[in-house]
Design a protein around this ligand. Structure first.
Ligand code: AP5
Ligand code: MG
Length: 243
């Protein structure tokens, strides 16, 4: 009897530890939005956050690029906008993200990279979460002035197979032009040509920057300096999210 009591107490302890862990790192506290201009480092930091806190990294840009690569209908539609540096229409992206965050692996939180990007997208996300009794916890704005962006983009290389991102100077691969992750080939993204980058920056200032005020009003905005090196930016984020 005694040993079975110990056993069940043991299980209760494990449950309690899990609940406490869930309370600090779990669903209610790790729903994160990455904000920032194209090339600010959203993807770079989102990946590090996802690894450290064991939550999924959901990048709408990566989802679209995977669809383009696989020749899906969604990919064909998205490509016409992306190649011009324009945003894909809200109706093509909202349901996709809302469905994604309802999946089981998102129960401890997630990091959204590249979504929301317009006020209507932010409102649709809030409404869908509110219906589940939830809300976003952090909107992390990675601040980088426009002057730095064009230089960064021209040096960025992306893996055609797994989507991993590198930089020829700031985040080089071990072997030139070969992905460290999957040995895929690295390319300059179609929308990283300088003329398209300028267009994306204009679109960002017009349509996405208003989200900074939106999340300030919701009291979840966190600003980090994105001009310092990758590990320093990450340290500033961890300082806010907790070690
Ligand atoms: P998306 O893929 O989201 O592109 P983006 O927002 O333009 O952002 P990027 O991925 O270009 O930059 P990033 O901030 O992730 O920077 P990264 O970490 O790579 O979207 C592409 C397109 O898809 C959009 O234009 C739109 O058409 C469509 N789309 C996607 N989502 C949509 C939505 N919700 N609604 C409508 N349309 C949507 O870093 C950049 C480079 O800098 C890398 O080489 C990196 O190694 C380097 N770097 C990063 N941090 C540092 C640092 N601190 N110091 C030095 N170098 C650094
Ligand atoms: Mg990105």
């Amino acid at each position: 009897f005694r040993s079975s009591l110990n056993f069940s107490l043991g299980r209760i302890e494990v449950q309690r530890v899990k609940m406490l862990y869930g309370y600090f790192y779990g669903g209610k506290h790790m729903k994160i939005i990455m904000l920032g201009a194209p090339g600010a480092g959203k993807g770079t930091q989102a990946k590090k956050i996802a690894e450290k806190y064991s939550i999924p990294h959901i990048s709408t840009g990566d989802i679209f690029r995977a669809n383009i690569k696989n020749g899906t209908e969604l990919g064909k539609k998205a490509k016409t906008y992306m190649d011009q540096g324009l945003l894909v229409p809200d109706e093509l992206v909202v349901d996709l993200v809302v469905d994604r965050v309802k999946q089981d692996d998102c129960s401890n939180g997630y990091v959204l990279d590249g979504f929301p990007r317009t006020i209507p997208q932010a409102e649709a996300l809030d409404k869908a979460l509110a219906a589940m009794g939830e809300a976003m916890d952090y909107a992390i704005n990675v601040e980088v002035p426009d002057e730095n962006i064009v230089r960064r983009m021209s040096g960025r290389r992306a893996c055609v197979d797994c989507g991993a991102t590198y930089h020829i100077v700031y985040a080089p691969t071990k072997e030139e032009n070969i992905c460290d992750n999957c040995h895929g080939e690295l390319i300059l993204r179609e929308d990283d040509k300088p003329e398209t980058v300028q267009k994306r920056l204009n679109v960002y200032h017009e349509q996405t920057q208003p989200l900074i005020d939106y999340y300030t009003e919701k009291n979840i905005l966190v600003e980090v300096d994105g001009t310092v090196d990758i590990d320093e930016v990450f340290a500033a984020i961890v300082n806010v999210l907790g070690a």
